[in-house]
Design a protein around this ligand. Structure first.
Ligand code: AHR
Length: 504
């Protein structure tokens, strides 16, 4: 059985430029993301600074643009100055967020050096849980002030004459969450964030600052939190954050495959809330979204051990092994983010290595790509130029979590410089192939330059250390241009990307 779906693409129907920062990721001092993830002195591929070369290669291949650091829940108890200076003198601390030990072997100097090697922008989070204005100013002085002050000169003594030039800063993390060290009411947080932002802007006016939104759209205060925080910070910040994690509940694949519907609704709700605050304040300014944590995360399997039972460093935490269906969902969430390029300026796949991650490592062993690596890498590489409006026509199906949803989800980009048009599409149907017909007008003669599909077989297949390439995208042989229209057969539970290019 097959179903059908139709799209119409035209270069005149532009949503917004592709924002490269939506291909961001997240490195938290959590589990094995840093230690035995990006950093493992003594590993056969490690460089002089202890960074794993195999991981750096995979991060470059993933096509990550910006990385949020150093947390996450971790940051709300973090003392940034523990992580600078001679390694042997750095204190070991308890990390209350994850009940582990933090050795501080890696701090901002090491991470900035690593980021340069990985060719990614740093997005730095301040601790607004246990700390406040003074520490944020100190960390900013250390990171961005050129020279001639106590902390900029300390950075120079520690080996970095050139400031790190960080533009994007998060004002805390998930401050509405009762699990957060130093969590706050919206009023308490909004006032603190506004004053931290004001102080930072006195030092460097053109920073881009992210206020914490709700830690999830299911929080009882969702919406009200965003409104109150933005009332207090509107003139001082540029972004409000959003976080979302998805997983199949009770084996309900149909709802899980429609996770993008939830992300669409989440983004639209935050945009509406931010714009209503802007309207009340009679401000011409728009606050955009930093979707700085998103992914599939099997939270129902997660139990964090209680305090004090095993204070060890680099304890493996939430090392979810992803399957084909998870990768299809990740591809779908990227489609949602692309579709909202007019209002989502930053997005971070959480996290980068080992901790709910596209890249896995074994200590003193190999690294490999999880299934979710592939849609991210392909979308980051192929989404260029502008995002085009896509209005799919297709059948729907009924889900228990989101009601009636379309079987197809799709986004498209157009690069005027190269003439390339790329279609990203998801078939959510668990049984039927979808025959996609895409009318193409105003682009000239196009032909298929490359096509990729992931899925269509066993949705539960995974990659492992011993079988690292069991799940990998293959060419979508059915993709072809016939009479000016792109045709392709999308197998059940699949994600695909098709790049078209001009013939002459
Ligand atoms: O990414 C894992 C955790 O999820 C982060 O530390 C926190 O911000 C979120 O709740």
């Amino acid at each position: 059985m097959t179903g059908s779906a139709a799209l119409h693409l035209d270069p005149a129907f532009v949503v917004a430029p592709v924002r490269r920062r939506i291909f961001g990721s997240f490195v938290e001092h959590m589990g094995r993301c840093v230690y035995t993830g990006i950093y493992e002195p003594g590993h056969p591929t490690a460089d002089a600074d202890g960074f794993r070369g195999d991981v750096l290669d995979l991060v470059r291949e993933l096509g990550v643009s910006v990385i949020r650091y150093p947390g996450g829940n971790f940051v709300s108890g973090y003392r940034w100055e523990d992580g600078i200076g001679p390694a042997a003198e750095r204190p070991v601390r308890r990390d209350l967020a994850w009940h582990t030990l933090e050795t501080n072997a890696v701090g901002i100097d090491e991470f900035a050096r690593w980021a340069k090697r990985a060719d990614v922008e740093v997005m730095y989070s301040f601790n607004l849980g246990t700390r406040g204005i003074e520490e944020a100013l100190d960390a900013h002085e250390y990171i961005n002030h050129e020279k001639g002050t106590a902390l900029s000169d300390l950075r120079r003594t520690n080996g970095s004459d050139t400031p790190y030039g960080v533009r994007l800063f998060c004002l805390g993390n998930e401050m509405d969450g009762p699990w957060q060290t130093g969590h706050k009411t919206a009023h308490e947080y909004g006032r603190l964030a506004a004053e931290v932002a004001r102080a930072l802007r006195s030092a460097e006016p053109d920073l881009e600052l992210v206020a914490c939104g709700s830690s999830g759209s299911e929080m009882p205060t969702f919406g009200a939190w965003e409104a109150e925080v933005l009332e207090l910070t509107y003139d001082q910040v540029d972004y409000i954050s959003a976080h979302a994690y998805y997983e199949p509940l009770d084996g309900d694949l149909g709802s899980f495959l429609a996770s993008g519907v939830d992300m669409d609704h989440f983004i639209d709700s935050v945009v509406a809330t931010a714009d209503s605050v802007g309207a009340r304040l009679k401000s011409p300014k728009k606050i955009n979204i930093s979707f700085d944590e998103w992914n599939v995360w099997y939270q129902s399997r997660f139990t964090n051990e209680g305090p004090g039972d095993d204070w060890i460093a680099a304890k493996p935490l939430i090392e979810d092994v992803y399957n084909v269906a998870d990768a299809v969902v990740v591809g779908g969430l990227l489609i949602s983010l692309l579709r909202h390029s007019d209002r989502v300026g930053v997005a971070c796949l959480a996290q980068l290595v080992n901790v709910i991650a596209p890249v896995m490592t074994e200590a003193d062993g190999p690294s490999w790509r999880q299934t979710i690596f592939h849609p991210f890498a392909i979308t980051s590489r192929l989404a260029q130029g502008v995002v085009l409006r896509v209005e799919p026509h297709c059948d729907t199906y009924v889900t228990s979590r989101y009601g009636e949803v379309p079987q197809l989800d799709a986004a498209a980009t157009y690069d005027e410089k190269t003439g390339d048009v790329t279609v990203f599409a998801l078939n959510r149907n668990t049984e039927q192939t979808l025959t996609l017909a895409t009318a193409l007008t105003g682009f000239g003669d196009l032909q298929v330059a490359e096509s990729w599909v992931l899925g269509g077989g066993d949705p539960y297949l995974t990659n492992t250390k011993d079988e690292p390439d069991r799940v990998a995208p293959v060419a979508l042989e059915s993709a072809r241009v016939v009479d000016g229209a792109l045709q392709a057969d999308l197998p059940p539970i699949s994600w695909c990307a098709i790049r078209l290019t001009t013939t002459g």
